[in-house]
Each structure stands twice: as C-alpha cells, then as structure tokens.
Design a binder for this molecule. Structure first.
Ligand SMILES: NC(=O)c1ccc[n+]([C@@H]2O[C@H](COP(=O)([O-])OP(=O)(O)OC[C@H]3O[C@@H](n4cnc5c(N)ncnc54)[C@H](OP(=O)(O)O)[C@@H]3O)[C@@H](O)[C@H]2O)c1
Length: 307
C-alpha cells in the first residue's frame, strides 16, 4: 500500500469480514471513494488475496490486517495497528457475520439449478429445508454477530472518537426486526432503549441460549417462525446495542443497515441483489456527512423502524 502512516487528512475505514461477499464490495467502494481501507479478515491468506484482487483493479489505498471478530484480543491488536499507523479511525463497518446453521447443500451450483425460477419466499424455504440449527452453531452465531461486533466496536471506539466525524455502520438483517418476536415482553424490552443496558443485552443473549438448549424458545416468544432463530436474535440484540451506543455517544454517527437479499455465499448466491446493490445503503451511511442520522436503521436505502 502507498503512503501508509500519518494520513490524518485522509479518511480511514475498517471493514470486518472484508475478504468476500458484501464486505469485499464495501471495501472496494470505500477505496474507490478515496477512503484508506483496512480490509480485515480472520484468515490471513484469504484477506491478502482480497487486497491483491482489489489492487489489480487499481485500488492501492487498501491494506490488510487480520481480525477474528469473536476473539477480543484480535480486535485489540487491530486497534494498536490503527493507532500506530493512522492515529484515528473515521469509519467502522461491522460486516462479519454468520448464519448459525449447518447445511446439507454441498454443491451450490446444483442448488442454484434446483431453485431456478422460484420466487424469493420459495428460495428461502428451500434453503431452510436443507438447514439445521444445532446449539453449537447458535452459540457461535451470538458470539460472532453480537459479542464480536461489540468487542470490535469497543476496541476501536477511542480511535473513532479521535476522528472529526466518526461513523459506525452495523450490517444487520430485516429478519432481526422486533416484529418477528412473538413474545410481547421481549419485544418491548428490546425496543425500550432508555431502560436497556449492555449488561442486560448480555443477559438476554445468555437467556436465549439457555432457552435454546432447554427447547423453550416458543415459551418466551423468541422468533422461531421460519427458522434461523439464533441469527435473528443475534442481529436483534446487536441492533439494540447499536441504539444504546448511539445514545451514549451523540458525537458519533452509529446506524444499522439491512443490505437486502444479496447474492453471497451465505445464501449460496441465490439472493435477488448483486453485491453492488447490497452495498448501497452501507455506503450511504458510511459516507454520510456529519450531523446526519444516528441510532437509526436503513432497510436497503430507506429509513425504517427497528420494530
Ligand atoms: N447476503 C444477504 O442476503 C444478507 C442479508 C442480510 C444481512 N446480511 C449480512 O451481511 C453481512 C455479510 O454477509 P455476506 O452475505 O457477505 O456473507 P458471506 O459472503 O458469508 O461473508 C461473511 C464474511 O464474514 C466473515 N466472518 C464470519 N465469521 C467471522 C469471524 N468470527 N471473524 C471474522 N470474520 C468472520 C467471513 O469470513 P470467512 O471468509 O473467513 O468465512 C466472510 O468474510 C453479514 O453480517 C450478514 O448477516 C447478508
């Protein structure tokens, strides 16, 4: 990468899970907009390959740093790197995420043929039919999508506060909205941001896993309909965390974005949208001028409610 170090005049961004899918596209578009991008990935080789691919497109303002979001010490190493080389961070895109499932689909190409011509609901149903949600994967899902996002955010927060205009974009999903919870109490608690604390969110994450283990998900009203329950809960809790953080740090701009149903490995490339289309809302928030929305939610590129 050219000119690494002391670029306080240039904007600097970190993207988690930047080696493929939506994360890779966000890195590409941020770099194309003149932002210096720290593309992170848990795997050194996959991350370096992604930087090399973008470099071949003429994007030299991208550097790789390893980041395994579910290991808090990994985020601390990244923060040290950013501090040493840039002294501040302007944009954090928390993109890394997992579905918390295992699948029988061994050949994505055959699967794509199987669902060709089906509408979105049918395609999602078909993915679900081939999907299992064991406890181990549910736990990993909460650990990555909620606790991981939180650990990375906490480690990088002081550097975002050193920026003139610090922004965090948390990539969420429409299916993590509170309307999918059947339990009124849970729904209200997760929406009552003034009374929620990070500590309570950690407790809710534990409570969910306990209910999952005990086969008690319906009893409390977790979002079981249509499956992917751990994924929905992890994103709903992450959304609430994002809103709490926005309230605590009014000088920053902290928002959540649902990219749409995007063709990536997460859905065996059977989404409706290209990664370019999916990245639009993310870029909108990442490059928004100072003084804009904070604590909000974009459904693709439209402002929407967390409920
Ligand atoms: N695709 C959609 O339709 C859709 C819809 C709504 C929301 N989203 C959200 O968009 C985000 C990106 O998803 P995608 O569709 O681009 O999925 P993807 O192609 O499966 O990419 C996921 C990325 O996250 C990384 N990752 C997973 N666990 C990680 C960990 N513990 N530490 C560091 N990196 C980790 C993966 O790294 P490896 O390559 O090493 O596995 C990969 O780079 C996710 O948060 C997802 O929930 C996607």
């Amino acid at each position: 990468m050219e000119n690494i170090g002391n670029q306080s005049d240039k904007e600097v961004a970190v993207v988690t899970g930047g080696n493929r899918g939506i994360g890779l596209e966000v890195c590409k578009q941020l770099a194309s907009n003149g932002v210096t991008v720290v593309l992170t990935a848990r795997d050194q080789k996959r991350g370096a390959e992604a930087v090399s691919i973008l470099g071949k497109l003429g994007l030299s303002n991208i550097v790789f740093h390893q980041l395994y979001v579910s290991d808090p010490s990994s985020a601390v190493h990244l923060a040290d790197f950013i501090k040493e080389n840039f002294g501040k961070l302007d944009i954090l895109v928390n993109n890394a995420g997992i579905a918390g499932t295992i699948t029988e689909i061994s050949n994505p190409e055959t699967f794509r043929q199987e669902v060709a011509g089906m509408d979105r609901t049918e395609r999602l149903d078909r993915i679900r039919k081939h999907t299992m949600e064991p406890y181990k994967q549910a736990e990993e899902c909460l650990r990555t999508n909620y606790h991981g996002t939180k650990a990375v955010t906490k480690a990088l927060l002081p550097l975002l506060q050193s920026s003139f205009h610090g922004r965090i974009v948390n990539i969420t999903t429409h299916s993590g909205l509170l309307r999918f919870f059947s339990g009124e109490e849970l729904k209200q608690e997760l929406n009552n941001i003034d009374n929620l604390s990070e500590h309570r969110l950690d407790e809710l994450s534990e409570l969910f896993l306990k209910d999952f283990k005990d086969g008690q998900l319906e009893h409390r009203g977790w979002p079981t309909e249509g499956g992917f329950t751990a994924y929905k809960v992890s994103k709903a809790i992450m959304n609430a965390y994002s809103r709490i953080l926005a309230k605590e740090h009014p000088s920053l701009s902290i928002n959540c974005v649902h990219p749409g149903f995007v063709q990536t490995d997460m859905n065996f490339q059977v989404g409706d949208l290209t990664v370019e289309e999916g990245a639009k809302g993310v870029l909108m928030m990442a490059l928004a001028p100072k003084g804009g929305m904070t604590g909000g939610f974009l459904n693709r590129t439209e402002f929407a409610s967390f409920v």
